[in-house]
Design a protein around this ligand. Structure first.
Ligand SMILES: C[S@@+](CC[C@H](N)C(=O)[O-])C[C@H]1O[C@@H](n2cnc3c(N)ncnc32)[C@H](O)[C@@H]1O
Length: 606
């Protein structure tokens, strides 16, 4: 249950003090003497009279037939349990390099033969993008500082309307796998609850030590620079966070983002887009919302109730509008998952440009976040993109079977019709007709191999929850430790399952996908551990030969992947991240030598 909170007298006084001199962040470090400077692409301070955003949004709500219910502005919220925590989940990883984006409003070229979105070309340039938003695109294009030679300097993207997916981004030029499509800074980004005490509220990096904002103790910073950069936004929420004690632990990131963005819009915060200043509210306003069903409306309502504790006691956005806004954030927020944090997202960000990209289970692009500066999103090409192809990313884990993907995508209110989904649904239908061919999966370990797992999920011969849980547990085991599962480890099964999982990722998202690489890296580590172990006396000669073959294969594949990774991850930090994998490689090589030595022994030569 969440308790209703009120702003205390001292918090109000504190707020007033800050309003008098709000250019300097307070904090554990000596407060900076100068006004915080906006970083290159960062948000600058208010340019518009406060409240304009709210008025504009209210007027728009009325024109949409929504009842802004101004009488409700000051109503105190009752306490509610809040189980709303869903947010857009782009399965994303990291990257190192800056890039360029050029987006034009020209019509999309006709789709190429292998276009991922043939429907896209039917409705060329979107009518649903405001001029301010287009300025924002142009700014991204012109502000990108540099690009590697592998990136196409003439890249152009177009926003179009599609009949079934809303807007989409289409490329007008060719992009090769690995090339950078664009970089984007968030309109707003905050750490997840798990990282709220350890990640920098601004850059979202996780340094060894963070400093807390003294008044609220809710925001953490890696240094004074980040504190200064965040101050124009944080000063709007600092007193409220202080009043709502321990908000950072109790409030989901989407709610904290909602509250912060509301404050930013209210204060008329703008994003510098080249010559122009684009109000944050214009970027937020164009995000696609959701038509909420009853249950979702209830969840959003509870979320809004929570958020108002972080905003203001006296004034609040009309509830209908607030629910719509929260729905937009849920539909468009992007999970920030840098490699350094493995499978745990470090933050949630709102990236207005990238959020225009639609989902595919066989995406041709991926969002990366570099561990040293996860705030910045880098969009990389995964598969060759031809002129006319729609840019796609994956919103959910595409290594799941189709029914699970469909269930996860339901929160975005669409059923995926990508080729993979259609194929899997078709195969399931054909198998269902045959009926008798239901596979018999008797052991969980057996079911864990990809094929059985997928079939088992489809035909329900094993409890899918058990399978899911086991799969997750096993993945955790494989990813997070070198300790084999169980007391009597079944090395062969573990290595086989590990390889299946990597193959699964490779099949669905490609060998070069960073997610695949990270899994491979961890699996290699596990394999190296297992292969280095004292297994030789326990296995047959045949088994030893198989292991040797596998180890050789792993070694050669690894070299290919590593060469590719070097192209993608050039910075020093990335080399550190992958040094673990180097260790694994050394381990595998040591094992290969040991086995080769074994095979040279006379008794083994048969
Ligand atoms: C983050 S937005 C993507 C951009 C959106 N099309 C727009 O116009 O702003 C997510 C929404 O796009 C639509 N969408 C994304 N991928 C889709 C797909 N593969 N098929 C159908 N609709 C999709 C859904 O309505 C979803 O709620």
């Amino acid at each position: 249950m969440f308790k209703k909170r009120t702003t205390t007298h001292s918090a109000k006084q504190n707020l007033r003090r800050q309003q008098l001199d709000d250019s300097t962040p307070p904090g554990p470090e000596p407060a900076p003497q100068t006004t915080a400077q906006p970083a290159t692409e960062q948000i600058v301070t208010a340019q518009q009279p406060g409240g304009r955003a709210m008025n504009d949004l209210c007027m728009r709500a009325e024109s949409l037939g929504l009842d802004p219910d101004p009488a409700d502005h000051a109503v105190a919220s009752p306490a509610h349990d809040h189980n709303h925590a869903q947010h857009a989940s782009v399965y994303a990883t990291h990257d190192a390099e800056p890039a360029q984006l050029a987006l034009s409003a020209e019509p999309a070229l006709p789709p190429s033969r292998n276009s991922a979105a043939p429907e896209a070309a039917m409705h060329p340039t979107s009518t649903n993008v405001s001029p301010a938003f287009l300025s924002y695109f142009s700014h991204l294009s012109s502000s990108s500082s540099s690009s590697s030679t592998s990136d196409n300097p003439n890249s152009r993207f177009t926003v179009i309307d599609t009949p079934t997916k809303g807007r989409a981004i289409v490329s007008q030029t060719f992009h090769s796998p690995g090339s950078l499509l664009w970089t984007e800074s968030p309109a707003c980004a905050l750490p997840t609850t798990e990282f709220t005490d350890t990640a920098c509220t601004r850059c979202l990096a996780t340094p060894k030590r963070v400093m807390r904002c003294r008044p609220c103790a809710s925001a953490s910073y890696c240094g004074i620079e980040c504190q200064r950069a965040d101050w124009p936004e944080h000063k709007l929420e600092c007193a409220h966070l202080r009043a709502a004690k321990d908000a950072k632990h109790e409030y989901p990131p989407v709610i904290r983002m909602f509250a912060r963005l509301l404050k930013m819009m209210e204060a008329g915060v703008v994003v510098q887009a080249g010559e122009e200043k684009v109000p944050v509210w214009e970027l937020v306003e164009q995000l696609q919302g959701l038509d909420l069903d009853m249950e979702e409306a209830q969840q959003m309502g509870q979320g809004v109730m929570m958020a108002r504790n972080l905003v203001s006691n006296g004034q609040f956005m009309p509830p209908v509008l607030a629910m719509k806004f929260l729905g937009q954030l849920n539909n468009n927020g992007i999970t920030i998952l840098p490699h350094s944090t493995s499978i745990d997202p470090v933050g949630l960000g709102l990236y207005p440009l990238t959020s225009l990209i639609n989902h595919s289970c066989t995406p041709n692009a991926v969002a990366f976040f570099h561990p040293s500066h996860p705030r910045q999103l880098h969009l990389r090409c995964l598969q060759p993109i031809s002129p006319g192809n729609e840019i796609t990313i994956n919103y959910v884990d595409v290594c799941q079977p189709e029914p699970a993907r469909r269930a996860d995508l339901a929160k975005y209110h669409f059923t995926c019709t990508c080729a993979l989904c259609e194929r899997e649904r078709g195969a399931a239908d054909r198998m269902a007709v045959k009926g008798k061919n239901k596979p018999k999966v008797t052991s969980v370990l057996e079911a864990m191999s990809l094929g059985e797992y997928t079939r088992a999920m489809r035909y329900g011969s094993v409890d899918s929850r058990l399978l899911q849980a086991t799969r997750r547990a096993l993945i955790d085991q494989l990813l997070n430790s070198s300790v084999p599962v169980g007391k009597e480890p079944d090395y062969a099964s573990i290595v086989r399952i590990a390889a299946d999982l990597v193959d699964c990722y490779a099949e669905h998202i490609g060998r070069g996908h960073p997610t695949t690489l990270v899994h491979e890296m961890q699996v290699l580590k596990t394999k190296a551990y297992l292969l280095q172990g004292d297994v030789a006396p326990k296995v047959s000669l045949e088994q030893v030969r198989e292991d040797l073959e596998r180890a050789r294969r792993v070694r050669s594949e690894w070299e290919v992947w590593y060469a590719r990774m070097k192209v993608w991850f050039t910075s020093e930090e990335m080399r550190k991240v992958f040094s673990e994998a180097e260790e694994a490689r050394a381990g595998v090589e040591a094992y290969v030598k040991a086995i080769e030595g074994l095979l040279r022994q006379p008794m083994m030569r048969r």
